[in-house]
Unconditional design. Structure first.
Length: 424
């Protein structure tokens, strides 16, 4: 069985391009990244395209976003000698589908034509589907469907494990980094949770039945910007990006506008509305005065669930609708304007007064206090969670939760109760 985790495009190019019989010029890496952004102009993906400098495998490079729900493509300058470097390109496409794969190749063609460089798919560089060489889109769909079935078989055989301690759900087709909590019998996909039994059925499909399941699973199955493209963008944004709560960041209004536009475009291109009218009603509520501070527990959207904050062995379960406000070594804060959670860690040196009883190995103590905020605005729950270390000092997890209204005290207490030490 094919055990690959991704289908990927890899290519190399010489950045030195001849400009005359005896002359040449080296194309700057930034110019290549910008050419990919320009390749999206006039397409529905233009508003989402970005290029950001990054260190990739120790070399200068760019991460280029071509699709709002796909992993960024990576472009780096790999120096072969002091004077000679080579451009390396890589793009994981199997999380989004054959339509995205073909679009990335089209962008590579446009960059090649604009700048005069030539992409080579040789040696370790290749298009694993063969599409870059054949341009056979039906063959590309066939390869993606086979890959989808093999990934389902890996789930069934237990090869795809939870990504973060404390998250019992497995993931299928979702980019690395996701950490939503779930139960042990559900598999989280781009378009919502599926049961293990359903994934097991997918793993045995053949022919037209396999193609139909793959078309429903991938966010971008067809070629070009047709109904399934818009349906995929809308559903992925709803499931993975939207907070389903009162707007907190300026970008959230744009996100909602993009969702509604994609739903409209999907129907204009002949696709049925992929969500119920009650979902549309809930989306419209989010931009009005009745928008909730926290989302309803049921409905589309993984950010309705809890996610773990992990640091130095501690894990704290917080609402996924909270927004990351700050992060630094040993601490972070998440909030939504009406509720804020600060988490940090530390140690209590031997002999220091911990203010409580001595703990046995593996035992956890939670000391907490609830009081009005010093400025008179809201309330604060302060907690210190401690457990002994095998090496002597006690491990500490410090949790400070501010809330605008005392009605959220039970939520704050549950967050403190969720604190666990996953490793010592």
């Amino acid at each position: 069985m094919d055990k690959r985790e991704f289908l990927e495009i890899q290519a190399i190019a010489n950045p030195s391009v001849k400009t005359g019989f005896l002359s040449s010029t080296v194309i700057p890496l930034e110019a290549i990244a910008n050419a990919f952004i320009e390749a999206t102009r006039g397409t529905p993906l233009q508003p989402f395209a970005t290029a950001k400098p990054a260190k990739l495998s120790g070399w200068d490079g760019f991460r280029v976003t071509l699709h709002p729900n796909a992993m960024p493509v990576e472009i780096l300058a790999d120096r072969i000698t002091l004077r000679v470097s080579i451009i390396r390109f890589s793009a994981i496409t199997s999380l989004t589908g054959p339509g995205y794969h073909a679009f990335v190749i089209a962008c590579m063609d446009a960059v090649q034509a604009k700048l005069g460089l030539k992409w080579d798919y040789v040696g370790t560089s290749d298009d694993q589907t063969g599409y870059a060489r054949t341009r056979d889109f039906s063959g590309l769909q066939h390869e993606m469907a086979r890959f989808f079935r093999n990934r389902c078989r890996q789930v069934v055989e237990g090869r795809i494990r939870p990504r973060v301690a404390g998250t019992p759900a497995a993931y299928l087709g979702i980019p690395i980094g996701a950490a939503w909590e779930g139960d042990g019998n559900e598999i989280l996909t781009n378009f919502g949770p599926r049961s293990f039994e359903e994934v097991e059925q997918w793993s045995a499909l053949e022919g037209d039945s396999l193609a139909a399941a793959a078309a429903d699973f991938f966010p971008w199955w067809g070629q070009g910007f047709e109904g399934t493209f818009y349906r995929g963008v809308a559903l992925e944004l709803m499931w993975r990006r939207m907070r389903w709560a009162k707007l907190f960041e300026r970008s959230e209004g744009t996100l909602i506008a993009n969702v509604l536009n994609c739903l409209s475009e999907a129907m204009r291109h002949g696709h049925r509305l992929p969500v119920s009218l009650s979902v549309i009603s809930e989306i419209l509520t989010l931009v009005g005065p009745e928008a909730p501070e926290f989302p309803h527990s049921k409905g589309i959207g993984y950010r309705r669930r809890n996610v773990p904050i992990t640091m130095n062995g501690w894990s704290v379960s917080v609402p996924g609708s909270l927004v990351l406000e700050s992060t630094e070594p040993g601490g972070c804060a998440v909030g939504n304007g009406a509720f804020r959670v600060q988490v940090s860690d530390g140690i209590l040196s031997p002999g220091a007064d911990h203010g409580g009883e001595a703990l046995a190995p593996g035992e956890v103590a939670r000391d907490r206090g609830f009081y009005p905020a010093d400025d008179g605005k809201g309330f604060v729950l302060d907690a210190v969670v401690r457990t002994p270390s095998l090496r002597g000092p006690e491990h500490l997890c410090l949790v400070k939760i501010w809330m605008a209204d005392e009605k959220w005290r039970n939520l704050a207490e549950a967050i403190v109760d969720s604190v666990t030490l996953t490793k010592t």
